[in-house]
Design a protein around this ligand. Structure first.
Ligand SMILES: C[S@@+](CC[C@H](N)C(=O)[O-])C[C@H]1O[C@@H](n2cnc3c(N)ncnc32)[C@H](O)[C@@H]1O
Length: 271
């Protein structure tokens, strides 16, 4: 290789996640939960504090407010009534714990690639000790991971930008879910709709049928619902539809396009 070629090779782009997940709790997560969540919202609901209204599909909380994203997760669980729920990237475990409190008949589990995040989860919620464990969603699919009827993430895939890792994570979520996948993520950080459709068309999902819906919580948060069976929610057909009304970040959308462009979907047909 020429000298110029070698210099250019050395300055090649390296794509990375938004955080170092090994030091994330100490670097920022513990502080963010305290300053951004616990200062404004109820992070850990007490027995009897939450209720789900089947007629409206809404969740209400006494003495305080839930973060809008947390509310959407609990409302979707109530509306879909899965037998089991798994949160990927469960972090400090508040959503898993609140789900268990509100829906005691449903089996809840959580996985995270960061041991210190899991330590924080068990410290905040000792009752989760047997329900959470290590899981790196960007590794090849593991048959040891918990399966669940509903698998969801909140603020996880939006931070994953290393190589094609977020595609791997999306496929792993679908392939470990028996009925539903719910994504509660910043919709500008990836081209979620286009990426999901391309993965499905490329044969990366083991679902025979996939329906994609736009779901909205009672305080306006939007999420993406994938369902094996047809549901009575608005169909989601494009990222533009998902992003309608969202504050536009050129930097994020450009990065989302670059992330999408790295994918090679397969398989090529033999013969
Ligand atoms: C912004 S935090 C959100 C935590 C939690 N979902 C919440 O709402 O509080 C992102 C979490 O995703 C986890 N994470 C990042 N990459 C992951 C991966 N490849 N597999 C599993 N978890 C991951 C991080 O360790 C971190 O706990």
């Amino acid at each position: 290789m020429s000298l110029l070629g070698r210099l250019i090779y050395k300055t090649r782009k390296f794509y990375d996640d938004d955080f170092d997940w090994n030091t994330y709790t100490a670097d920022s997560y513990a502080r963010r939960v305290k300053n951004d969540i616990e200062s404004e919202f109820v992070a850990i609901a007490q027995d009897g504090q939450l209720s789900f209204d089947a007629a409206t599909g809404g969740v209400t909380i006494q003495n305080g407010a839930l973060h809008p994203n947390a509310l959407l997760i609990l409302e979707m669980i109530g509306q879909l009534q899965p037998k089991s729920v798994h949160e990927v990237g469960c972090g400090g475990g508040d959503h898993v714990a609140n789900g268990k409190t509100l829906y005691p008949a449903i089996r809840f589990t959580g996985g995270d690639r960061g041991q210190t995040q899991l330590d924080m989860a068990v410290q905040r919620h000792p009752e989760l000790a047997d329900c959470v464990g290590l899981q790196d969603l960007t590794m090849p699919f593991s048959h040891h991971w918990p399966r669940a009827e509903l698998v969801y993430s909140q603020a996880v895939l939006m931070h994953i930008h290393t190589a094609v890792s977020h595609f791997v994570a999306l496929a792993n979520m679908v392939n470990s879910a028996d009925r539903f996948v719910l994504l509660v993520e910043n919709v500008q950080c990836h081209n979620f709709v286009a990426d999901i459709n391309a993965l499905r068309e490329g044969g990366h999902f083991n679902w025979p049928e996939m329906n994609m819906y736009l779901v909205t919580g009672s305080t306006g948060t939007r999420g993406i619902l994938l369902s094996k069976e047809k549901q009575d929610f608005p169909l989601l057909t494009s990222d533009a539809q998902l992003r309608e009304g969202a504050k536009y970040s050129k930097r994020r959308v450009v990065r989302a396009d670059e992330d999408s462009a790295r994918a090679i979907f397969g398989p090529a047909k033999a013969g």
